[in-house]
Ligand binder design. Structure first.
Ligand code: ADP
Ligand code: MG
Length: 396
């Protein structure tokens, strides 16, 4: 069900409290990846153009329920100011009389960034006192932080209960893309899953075994699957508690319309290192003492062919240890096939998106989800507090 957005309410001249996700990487007090800041620009621009006073809230990192100078939002304000080409006011508190006075002095189109919401121990508790103090700052609440929507915090969920609330454009974009994927995917619907752990993603695997036409497995998790199917995988990363889980998934796949594909060849190495000796072997010939760090070229070609024929593709999780050049080939082949696929392409997951960015292919995708954990929980069918608290769009 689509959510009401900023376009469905009269925003003109209002004080608008916007929850964004500015949880960006910082090195030496500088933002090193501003993707999440850019994602919030359409909503911020829309509100400024309508004379709103825009008050932004975000968390950054994991402060221990107290102010941490290294996690203040000043570098974010600086970058946001550059991107908007407008001065951004930043205060060193989240709420209270000082912030209220600053808000009272704002003019139409002004943008104010509040301090890291997690400096306040009440944020993660969704404390009604904090919600009430924040609510005094605005007339309308906009949630544009899909990637924080799996948290029931004061700024992600609490505010929606006490102020008129709507979704921002980034939130709407994420929900539309993921809803479309789950509700009526273009077929054949191909899902590529990789990454570290089977147990992290088992509910996602389960959901896609019901929905997809083909499920292509790579990454470290494929070794847990290969072991479950009776193969010897050397020193490859196997999650022991995931073997039974993988065996169940294989059994479920047997009786379903969804075809589950495992690697047929792998790149093995004699150590977990960039300069390790490496070679390509068939999956039933992994030598003792060697570990699989990437899917092999035959597997990568088969996966690419399936992706190119897809009506819709969802990809989460790298196919190998893409952070090391010798083991990035499988992930690159999949990313390039996604880029060339005429169907709808959706990518989610922190490391998968990092890989796409490293290859310079992110803008070739139809949708790149900013929400790692949130997108997987959404796909699993878990209700996200930051989404369920927003009112549905009224039908005309
Ligand atoms: P995402 O963040 O996209 O959801 P994950 O966090 O599940 O992905 O997994 C990403 C990590 O998995 C990467 O750091 C990558 O190096 C690692 N990985 C992928 N394949 C292997 C492998 N064969 N052996 C060990 N680690 C792997
Ligand atoms: Mg990850």
């Amino acid at each position: 069900m689509a959510k009401k957005t900023v376009k469905d309410v009269d925003v003109a001249g209002k004080r608008v409290l916007v929850r964004v996700d500015f949880n960006v990487p910082l090195v030496d007090g500088r933002v090193t990846d501003d993707t999440r800041i850019r994602a919030a620009l359409p909503t911020i621009r829309y509100l400024r153009e309508r004379g709103c006073r825009v008050i932004l809230m975000s968390h950054l990192g994991r402060p221990k329920d107290a102010p941490d100078p290294a996690l203040q939002l000043d570098p974010v304000a600086m970058r946001l100011g550059q991107l908007l080409a407008a001065p951004i006011r930043k205060v060193s508190e989240l709420c209270g009389p000082g912030v209220e006075a600053t808000v009272a002095a704002m003019k139409p189109g002004d943008v104010l960034l509040l301090e890291n919401s997690r400096f306040d121990p009440r944020e993660k508790k969704n404390d009604p006192g904090l919600v009430c103090e924040l609510a005094r700052l605005g007339d309308l609440y906009v949630n544009d932080a899909f990637s924080a929507a799996h948290r029931a915090h004061a700024t992600t969920a609490g505010l929606a209960a006490v102020l008129p609330a709507v979704a921002g454009f980034q939130m709407d974009k994420e929900l539309t893309a993921l809803d479309g994927l789950l509700a009526e995917p273009q077929r054949p619907f191909v899902v590529v899953l990789g990454g570290a752990k089977v147990t992290d993603k088992i509910r996602v695997i389960d959901r896609f075994l019901d929905l997809a036409d083909q499920l292509l497995i790579g990454g470290a998790m494929s070794f847990t699957f290969l072991k479950a199917s009776g193969l010897v995988v050397g020193t490859s990363k196997v999650e022991e508690e995931g073997v039974a889980v993988a065996a169940d998934a294989l059994k479920k796949a047997d009786g379903s319309r969804c075809e589950l594909l495992l690697p047929t060849d792998v790149v093995v190495a004699d150590a977990f290192a960039e300069d390790a000796a490496s070679r390509v072997v068939a999956v039933d010939a992994i030598p003792e003492g060697w570990m699989g760090l990437d899917i092999g070229p035959e597997t990568a070609a088969a996966y690419a062919a399936a992706i190119l024929k897809a009506g819709e593709v969802f990809w989460n999780g790298p196919m190998g240890v893409f952070e090391m050049a010798p083991f990035a080939g499988g992930t690159r082949t999949v990313a390039e096939a996604m880029a060339a696929c005429p169907g709808v392409t959706v990518v989610g997951g922190g490391d998968s998106v990092a890989a796409l960015n490293a290859f310079g292919l992110a803008d070739k995708m139809d949708h790149v989800s900013m929400g790692g954990g949130a997108s997987l929980e959404f796909i699993e069918g878990t209700a996200l507090p930051g989404v369920t608290t927003l009112p549905d769009k009224e039908h005309m």
